[in-house]
Ligand binder design. Structure first.
Ligand SMILES: C[S@@+](CC[C@H](N)C(=O)[O-])C[C@H]1O[C@@H](n2cnc3c(N)ncnc32)[C@H](O)[C@@H]1O
Length: 223
């Protein structure tokens, strides 16, 4: 119990509440859609980091057949991964603008599709800081991975508790996020490695860039 309390005290989660104190999902969606539309011209993901991750996947994960990217706005990550890996990769985006971008579905990444469960080879995201419930989010993502599949979670200084806002409700330092993932993963999933050294200079906005690689170790459907 004690370690969990320490983690929770240092991590930060903004709450979306109705006047009577209940979770306000409509407000969450409205805030995310407004932010998405405001920033629709821009992208955060960088081509070099996707090239690096694609190489890492080719060297470490086999077979590679299907990948998901979560919270993708203009959808560059899935387009570049499709190009580089030559496989099916799709992105989720909560905003209705999803339909404007190729290989993107309008979908809340806290939810799973039956056909994804226990079957996805990798999940990439730089958007988990938009989760209203990180435990629910990471558990849902892990439930989609096949055993041996991985989540590639991008972490920069913008994922720290200091960066939390109504639009970016979840913040954790890298070590806190690693501890959280290992705690909720139990026997089923856990952090395989943290990569912070790259054969390229990360773009200036990716300050203190690391990738937390989370591996699925045991099926989560009881089979
Ligand atoms: C920081 S932006 C990153 C966009 C893109 N990955 C990039 O690098 O340019 C986060 C995106 O996630 C979307 N998003 C927020 N909450 C989401 C959710 N629950 N499910 C799916 N997408 C979500 C937002 O609308 C926004 O477009």
């Amino acid at each position: 119990m004690a370690p969990r309390q320490r983690e929770d005290q240092r991590m930060k989660l903004h709450s979306y509440l109705t006047p009577d104190g209940m979770f306000d999902y409509e407000k969450y969606k409205a805030v995310q859609e407004a932010g998405n539309r405001r920033k629709l011209h821009a992208h955060w993901v960088h081509r070099e980091t996707i090239g690096f991750l694609s190489n890492w996947l080719r060297q470490n994960i086999s077979p590679l057949r299907f990948g998901l990217c979560h919270g993708t706005r203009r959808g560059y990550e899935q387009s570049w991964m499709r190009e580089q890996l030559g496989i099916e990769v799709i992105g989720t985006e909560i905003s209705p603008t999803a339909t404007e971008f190729p290989h993107t579905i309008q979908w809340d990444f806290h939810d799973t599709k039956p056909e994804w469960l226990e079957s996805v080879d990798f999940i990439y995201s730089n958007s988990y800081d938009h989760s209203y419930d990180p435990e629910k989010c990471f558990t849902a993502w892990a439930s989609c991975l096949r055993v041996g599949g991985v989540m590639l979670l991008e972490h920069t200084d913008q994922n720290s508790p200091k960066a939390v806002s109504e639009l970016d409700p979840f913040g954790a330092e890298r070590d806190e996020l690693v501890a959280l993932l290992n705690r909720i993963g139990g026997d089923h999933f856990g952090v395989r490695e943290v990569i912070g050294t790259f054969p390229f200079t990360p773009a200036a906005h990716l300050k203190d860039l690391h990738f937390i690689i989370v591996e699925k170790r045991k099926r989560m459907d009881g089979r």
